[in-house]
Design a protein around this ligand. Structure first.
Ligand code: CUA
Length: 308
């Protein structure tokens, strides 16, 4: 990790695919650049002024030739497009059973928190050969979470959740960068990804400081902030039932007749901007908690609602 090789090693399941696309594009570019340059040089020399060559029948049109040099590159370009699109979809679609870790970006550090409560700054410990999904947000400006050896990168945006997933294939310590200019200390917003054997990771997760699990902290916030008063689920309650049922992943109908799935983004929006999507059958009376809950608290509440 101390040296600076031309290319980072490949340490995730998608890394070789991303590289193969890149090298294919480079190879195609070199091939066509050389072919065009060679043709230019050849014709420039052969038909230079004063050269003794036949110029009596200049070729004005050659449909077959033109079709050939249009159709073949078209097929090649569409082939690369289709191939890259498949890899892109793969990179953007986390498996359902992925291990989830929450990431908060802030000027100028990365904070990671595992659902067990374990927290780390500018470090991310993950198990090898396991799909890992990051649910990320920013506390201030746009950052960008970038792990070169995994060939993955995703903007981290204030006010919303973005996700990133990967599956590490090598143990070791790797660079983690912020790849979006975010202020004075942007270049110092770096960290280390530590890929561990699965058993080692379990030990690491269980050892050390006894941070409270996210869901437990979330449950406490749920009570402290009075959520439970309106969302008790008892008859006549002001808000839709939450404390006595599992709502995450369910479909809900809104007052305007539209429907939606209860996911991280929806829960976040409903806490910060409750009037945005009011559940059908309820009055729009919930106060906004915007500015009253930190990103950390929001994640704890969401994890509580997700796991109950
Ligand atoms: Cu955060 Cu650049």
């Amino acid at each position: 990790m101390s040296d600076f090789p031309l290319f980072p090693e490949q340490a995730s399941t998608v890394a070789w695919q991303v590289d193969l696309i890149y090298f294919t594009l480079v190879a195609l570019s070199i091939f066509f650049s050389v072919a065009v340059a060679a043709a230019i040089v050849f014709f420039a020399l052969r038909y230079r002024q004063g050269a003794d060559v036949d110029r009596s029948h200049p070729l004005i049109e050659h449909t077959k030739l033109e079709l050939t040099w249009s159709i073949i590159p078209f097929i090649m370009a569409m082939g690369v497009f289709g191939w890259a699109a498949m890899v892109f979809v793969d990179i953007k679609t986390p498996p359902a059973d992925a291990t989830e870790i929450y990431i908060i970006g802030k000027q100028w550090m990365w904070q990671a928190q595992h659902p067990s409560g374990k927290r780390e700054i500018n470090q991310l410990h993950i198990p090898i050969n396991t799909p890992v999904k990051l649910i990320m947000t920013s506390q201030d400006v746009i950052h960008d979470f970038y792990i070169p050896v995994f060939r993955v990168k995703q903007d981290v945006v204030p006010g919303r959740y973005t996700t990133l997933w990967f599956q590490a294939t090598k143990t070791g310590e790797f660079h983690l960068f912020c790849a979006e200019y975010c202020g004075t200390e942007h270049s110092a917003m770096v960290g280390t990804v530590v890929v561990m054997e699965q058993s080692e990771f379990k030990n690491w997760l269980g050892g050390g400081s006894s941070d409270e699990p996210l869901a437990v902290a979330g449950e406490r916030l749920f009570t402290e902030n009075g959520c439970i008063t309106c969302h008790s689920g008892e008859p006549g309650a002001i808000g839709p039932p939450i404390s006595n049922v599992s709502i995450f992943g369910t479909e809900v109908e809104f007052a305007d007749g539209s429907t939606g799935t209860v996911d991280e983004a929806y829960l976040r929006e409903s806490i910060l901007d409750p009037q945005a999507k009011v559940v059908a059958g309820y009055a729009p009376v919930m106060p906004s908690y915007d500015g009253q809950l930190s990103e950390q608290s929001l994640l704890q509440l969401i994890e509580f609602l997700k796991t109950k």
